[in-house]
Design a protein around this ligand. Structure first.
Ligand code: HGY
Ligand code: MN
Ligand code: MN
Length: 407
C-alpha cells in the first residue's frame, strides 16, 4: 500500500466535478444560484450521494439535512476524520464557495479509493445544510445544530422571506433524516475553502493556514412610519420609513469605519413597503451584519447601533423594532490541526501564511465539538459571494492536495 504522502489527487477529475456541479443552478453570468433546500439543492445532494455511494461509502443524513459519506478505516475504535463544507450558495454565488470543500473532500476519497489506501480512522465527507444563511437565517444553521448551538426545533421553524419553513422544505426535498444531529462524533474536522478575501493572492501565497474565525453578529430591524400620498402630503407631516432606513444605513457604515480596519459592517437585505412610486414608504425591514475578531469591539458596535436607532428615528417620528438574531463569537481552531496543515503545505512546497477567516464557516461551529481547522486557497481579486468568483485549477489542486495529506 503506498504511503499517504505519495498520494496525488487527480486534479483534472476534481476540476471536472467542480464544473459539472456548477451547472446545477448555473447563472448567465457564470455563477451559481442554488439556495438551500430548493429543488436545485436536492439535485446536487443526489449527485453527491450517488458519487459517494459509487466509492462504497454509506451516506447518512441527520435531522437537519447534514449529509455524511462514511469510508471505513482500519481502527473502528477511532472516531472518523471529517472533511467537508457546504453545497448551498448565495443567490449570486460563485462556483467555489463551499463547493470546493465538499468536492475536494470527495476527490480525497476517490484518491484513497484508487490507491486502495486504508486509513487508520474512517473518513467522513460532510455536506452541511444551509451554511449561507441567505434563504434561512442565521448562517451555519445546521452545523450549529450539530454543535448544540441551536435546537433542531429552532432550525426547523426558521422561515424564509416567503414564509416557508426550513423543516417543511427539508422534508419536501427528501433530506430530513432520522439521525439526531450531533450524535455522530469526529476525531477531527478539516474544511477546505476559498479565502473569499484578497490576502493570499496579494502576497502570492497558495495556502492559508487558518487560525480561527472572527466574531459575527446579525440584526433584523423594522422601521415603521406612515404610508401617505407623495403629492398631497406636506414634507413636515411625513413619517418616511425609507428616509429613516437610509440614515441608519449611513450610520451603520460609519460605525464599522470607526472600528476599521478590523471591523466590517453592512446592510445586505432591505424590503421597502409598499415600494410604490407615489406612496411615502410606511415600513422598511433591513438586516445588519457586523464582524470583528474581538467580542468587546462587537459589543461597542452593537451599543452604537442601538443608540443610533433612537437618536436618528425619533426626530423623524418613526417607530422601530430591533432584534439580534445571531451571535457567533470569535473561534480559535485546534493548534495540533493547524500544525498539520502547515506541515502539509510545507511538504507540498506551497507558500503559506497564517490567517483568521473574515467569512463564517461551518468549521466555526464544529470546532465546539471536535478538533477542527481550515485550509484556504486564494480566489481572484478576493472576490466571493459574486458570480465572478474564480479560483484557478492549480489553486483548487493545491488545496485538495493538502487536504488529502492531512485528512
Ligand atoms: O456569512 C458568511 O460569512 C458565510 O459566507 N455564510
Ligand atoms: Mn462558504
Ligand atoms: Mn458563502
Amino acid at each position: 500500500m503506498p504511503q499517504i504522502q505519495n498520494l496525488q489527487i487527480n486534479a483534472e477529475r476534481l476540476w471536472d466535478t467542480l464544473m459539472e456541479t456548477a451547472q446545477i443552478g448555473a447563472t448567465a453570468k457564470g455563477g451559481i444560484c442554488r439556495l438551500t433546500l430548493t429543488d436545485l439543492d436536492r439535485k446536487v445532494r443526489d449527485w453527491f450521494k450517488a458519487r459517494c455511494e459509487a466509492l462504497g461509502c454509506t451516506v447518512s443524513v441527520d435531522e437537519v439535512g447534514n449529509m455524511f459519506a462514511h469510508r471505513p478505516g482500519k481502527n473502528q475504535d477511532l472516531a472518523p476524520i471529517a472533511m467537508g463544507s457546504h453545497l448551498d450558495t448565495q443567490p449570486t454565488g460563485g462556483k467555489f464557495d463551499g463547493v470546493l470543500g465538499v468536492l475536494g473532500a470527495l476527490e480525497a476519497l476517490r484518491t484513497l479509493h484508487d490507491a486502495g489506501y486504508e486509513t487508520n480512522a474512517a473518513i467522513e465527507v460532510v455536506n452541511w445544510t444551509n451554511e449561507e444563511g441567505s434563504r434561512f437565517a442565521p448562517a451555519m444553521l445546521a452545523s450549529g445544530v450539530f454543535a448544540g448551538v441551536f435546537t433542531p426545533e429552532f432550525a426547523h421553524t426558521r422561515q424564509d422571506r416567503d414564509g416557508k419553513a426550513f423543516g417543511e422544505e427539508l422534508a419536501r426535498i427528501g433530506y430530513k433524516g432520522a439521525e439526531k444531529a450531533g450524535a455522530r462524533k469526529f476525531s477531527a474536522m478539516f474544511e477546505l475553502h476559498i479565502e473569499q478575501g484578497p490576502i493570499l493572492e496579494d502576497e502570492g501565497r497558495m495556502i492559508g493556514v487558518v487560525q480561527g474565525v472572527q466574531g459575527m453578529r446579525w440584526y433584523e430591524i423594522t422601521i415603521a412610519g406612515q404610508e401617505a400620498h407623495t403629492g398631497a402630503t406636506p414634507m413636515r407631516l411625513r413619517k418616511n420609513a425609507l428616509l429613516g432606513a437610509a440614515r441608519m444605513i449611513e450610520r451603520i457604515d460609519a460605525i464599522a469605519w470607526e472600528h476599521a480596519p478590523d471591523a466590517v459592517g453592512a446592510v445586505g437585505l432591505l424590503e421597502n413597503k409598499p415600494n410604490s412610486r407615489n406612496v411615502v414608504p410606511g415600513e422598511v425591514f433591513f438586516t445588519v451584519d457586523f464582524r470583528h475578531p474581538e467580542d468587546k469591539v462587537l459589543d461597542t458596535m452593537e451599543a452604537k447601533l442601538r443608540a443610533s436607532l433612537a437618536e436618528i428615528l425619533a426626530p423623524l417620528r418613526l417607530a422601530y423594532s430591533e432584534t439580534r438574531i445571531w451571535n457567533s463569537p470569535p473561534v480559535k481552531f485546534a493548534p495540533e490541526l493547524i500544525e498539520c496543515v502547515r506541515i502539509g503545505a510545507e511538504k507540498a512546497g506551497f507558500k503559506w501564511r497564517k490567517m483568521i477567516s473574515g467569512a463564517g464557516h461551518d468549521a466555526a461551529y464544529v470546532a465546539r465539538v471536535a478538533p477542527t481547522t481550515m485550509i484556504f486557497v486564494p480566489c481572484a481579486g478576493g472576490i466571493s459571494h459574486n458570480e465572478a468568483e474564480s479560483t484557478s485549477f492549480d489553486e483548487c489542486t493545491a488545496g485538495a492536495q493538502v487536504l488529502v495529506q492531512r485528512g
